[in-house]
Design a protein around this ligand. Structure first.
Ligand SMILES: CC(C)(COP(=O)(O)OP(=O)(O)OC[C@H]1O[C@@H](n2cnc3c(N)ncnc32)[C@H](O)[C@@H]1OP(=O)(O)O)[C@@H](O)C(=O)NCCC(=O)NCCS
Length: 178
């Protein structure tokens, strides 16, 4: 497993977290309980920080980075992800803020200073340009991503189910590794 320090700061998480040994986590990154990071994820907390809540999964080949502070933007753009978030395969998350119970579809790109409110689905292959705010309870699709329709009750319930499924799966992987 490639867990690397940068400027004396090492990624931090407890024993409930599964990090695949092929993924690379660098620097100022914290993950909450029961998270999972799947093969070939690259997450780099070097010029800002990454915070990930509980029971969130980052699927294979995803890339997580952030933007540094500048004179005009003294905080830069860290990457902050909430609880029960499913980040699909090969997603790019850059300097954005994701709330809770979100599904980011495969191959989506979310750029700097985007805020995704709780309970949102972003369709596979979507691109969310900088500074957008995605409203709670809606499906967004396309490039650039547009609000497509409200989520159904079934889809809203699925957001939590998806996160729980990944908690169960990572428990199996952790057991395998012992
Ligand atoms: C977004 C998603 C959930 C929508 O599924 P759906 O119920 O079939 O969506 P709808 O039929 O209500 O689609 C609404 C509109 O958005 C379009 N659309 C759906 N998904 C789209 C996508 N990913 N990109 C662009 N347009 C999309 C539909 O064609 C439809 O357009 P129309 O009104 O012009 O016909 C699904 O397409 C998707 O992308 N899922 C991602 C799954 C994933 O990546 N999971 C993580 C890995 S496990």
């Amino acid at each position: 497993m490639a867990i690397r320090s940068y400027k004396g700061v090492t990624p931090s998480f407890n024993a409930s977290v599964y990090v695949d040994e092929s993924s690379i986590l660098v620097g100022d990154i914290t993950l909450g309980i029961d998270c999972s990071v799947w093969p070939l994820v690259a997450a780099r907390g070097d010029v800002n920080y990454i915070r990930i809540g509980d029971r969130t999964n980052i699927q294979d080949g995803s890339v997580l980075h952030l933007s540094r502070a500048t004179k005009s933007n003294p905080d830069g753009y860290p990457l902050i992800i909430g609880d029960d978030v499913t980040v699909g395969h090969k997603v790019m998350l850059h300097g954005c803020v994701l709330g809770n119970r979100i599904l980011v579809g495969m191959g989506a790109i979310i750029m700097d200073n985007v805020v995704v409110e709780d309970d949102v689905i972003i369709g596979g292959g979507s691109l969310v340009p900088p500074n957008k705010r995605l409203e709670s309870g809606y499906l967004y699709v396309g490039s650039p991503a547009k609000q497509a329709r409200p989520l159904t009750e079934q889809e809203l319930a699925f957001l939590k189910v998806s996160a729980n499924n990944y908690v169960l799966l990572k428990d199996e992987y952790l057991a395998e590794a012992q």
